[in-house]
Design a protein around this ligand. Sequence first.
Ligand code: PBG
Ligand code: ZN
Length: 328
Amino acid sequence: MDISSILQGGYQHPLSRSWQGRRQLTKSMFMYPIFITDDPDASVIIPTLPGQRRWGVNQLEGFLGPLVQKGLQSVILFGVPLTCEKDARGTPADDPSGPVILAIRKLRALFPSLYIACDVCLCEYTSHGHCGLLHTDGTINTEPSVQRIAEVAVNYALAGAHCVAPSDMMDGRIKAIKRGLIDSGLGNRCTLMSYSAKFASALYGPFRDAAGSAPSFGNRKCYQLPPAARGLARRAIQRDTAEGADIIMVKPALPYLDILADAAQLAPDHPLACYQVSGEFAMVHAGAAAGVYDLKTMAFETTESMVRAGATLILSYFTPDFLDWLEV
Ligand code: PBG
Ligand code: ZN
């Protein structure tokens, strides 16, 4: 046997195995997506998302307190209004007495060290369920969409969000949000995380159930990227870094690790996020329940692959599990 043929000597011990990754998973890499609904006492199981619920603001202390104790450092909030009056411009999105703004204020007061990000989109709040405003023929009306999304983002930031994260995919919204934050005096106080490369994926199904945000007609293919579109994803990443994004995100994560690796190369000076979306989470659970693999082993394998591809931040419904599984 040639000297250079022997690799196994380098990874025979658990510790030397851990040195083989350039970076390790840590608790601080995980951001936990949370659904906040408008019934303040709600704690409602979401059947397609194992272990996840829709929460009312009065439940947040009891639900998140133990997780913060275990080392939870960041959350991303999604509003799930069930009783509000939805309209064409998504007016309830930044209602001062709506679930998101109430939750931001509550969480800032309850958990001073918790980092609070807010998803910014209109689909949960529009009567048509699309992520922007529409022309009368049903196509996206870009200019007012971008203005409205920037307005919502600024209102979340004014309420105390540490980070606003637009998931709408309207062209030009990063620049408009950054401008809005600067003009409101929040340019240096609020992070702008762009869902830059967000693909039109079949993996959002459980989320749309949970958030009640499926479009009432058509689909999202005119704003979310085609799965084969590596070039468009690269252009979107470059555009959003140029427009002032502080963090770049790729979504979904596991089927798009090549895009994540592209982002790591195109935006090497930015933190890089990926979203292990609802369908990915449900898929890992379903496979484990079917006896295909062990849940924890697969949760590690999927998220470690994201870190290997370049992620510095992972949005995942597995966050509470990793707080139990990881030491630091
Ligand atoms: C809405 C939004 C979606 C997700 C995050 N924000 C769904 C969609 O675009 O249809 C998906 C998250 C998940 O599946 O976990 N703009
Ligand atoms: Zn949306």
